[in-house]
Ligand binder design. Structure first.
Ligand SMILES: C[S@@+](CC[C@H](N)C(=O)[O-])C[C@H]1O[C@@H](n2cnc3c(N)ncnc32)[C@H](O)[C@@H]1O
Length: 237
């Protein structure tokens, strides 16, 4: 593989995820890798000594193996392809591992996080999560598992919003269910994301107020806090 060859579209969701990673890791697991673009890009850029690609789809994993053999010869790169369910993965007892789970819904993402953590309760590993919708419940799962925040971003790609949540048990910052440092309120794109998120939970609260109204209120509180801080900063200027 040529170092200059670009695997990820600039400013795409996957390229944002790659840019957030604080490398190097000994092992990066590209979970639910599909065509493996993210993992290949990390392998190409030397983000990890080894990249392990995992997905359940046999035909996709066969073509991915063919591509890796050709573009990332095993005398130069370390990689493995595992055709398996993430829920069967037992996290090995090793230092410096990152598991990336991106492009699946919140229910599956939550199941995968819980399963990885249950497989090795005494092994520390970092997670980079970017689920499709439902980041609130994913964040609650991460908080319950004892994760803390390394970095987070709101990503808009092809008019769809995502939250990238990068966590470690040894990170300095508290992980917040509504997100914290990722919000840049003057950015209209972030305001749009806030409105869509609150609108989504308001809609759900119409059928199940007990479950979803508290979530609406969490986001409203967050907005009030952000606007309050922005007002204080403006007054100080
Ligand atoms: C939309 S792709 C995401 C690809 C890439 N991670 C991304 O973010 O663009 C979702 C992938 O998750 C895989 N997948 C779904 N459930 C899985 C499971 N239980 N174990 C492993 N892979 C799974 C699917 O086969 C599919 O390739």
């Amino acid at each position: 593989m040529h170092k200059s060859k670009r695997l990820l579209r600039p400013h795409s969701r996957l390229s944002h995820l790659a840019n957030m990673i604080q490398a190097p890791y000994s092992t990066v697991w590209d979970c639910c890798c599909d065509h493996g673009l993210l993992g290949m890009s990390l392998l190409n850029a030397g983000y990890a000594d080894e990249v392990i690609f995992v997905d359940v789809l046999e035909n996709i994993m066969t073509s991915l193996t063919d591509r890796l053999v050709q573009d990332f010869p095993q005398n130069q790169y370390r990689w493995q392809v595992r055709c398996d369910d993430i829920k069967n993965i037992v996290v090995p007892n090793a230092d410096s591992q990152l598991f990336i789970i991106a492009g699946v819904g919140p229910h599956q993402t939550t199941e995968f996080i819980d399963s990885l953590c249950a497989s090795a309760p005494d092994t520390a590993f970092d997670l980079l999560i970017c689920s499709v919708h439902g980041s609130y419940s994913v964040r609650q799962t991460l908080i319950n598992q004892g994760y803390r925040l390394k970095a987070e971003r709101i990503i808009c790609d092809k008019n769809r919003f995502y939250e990238a949540i990068y966590v470690s048990k040894s990170a300095d910052q508290t992980l917040v269910d509504t997100g914290s440092q990722m919000w840049n309120w003057p950015d209209p794109m972030h305001q749009d994301y806030w409105h869509r998120t609150v609108g989504h939970y308001q809609q759900k609260a119409k059928n199940d107020s007990a479950q979803f109204q508290p979530i609406v209120e969490r986001y409203q509180l967050l907005r009030a806090a952000i606007e309050n801080t922005a007002g204080i900063i403006q007054k100080q200027r």
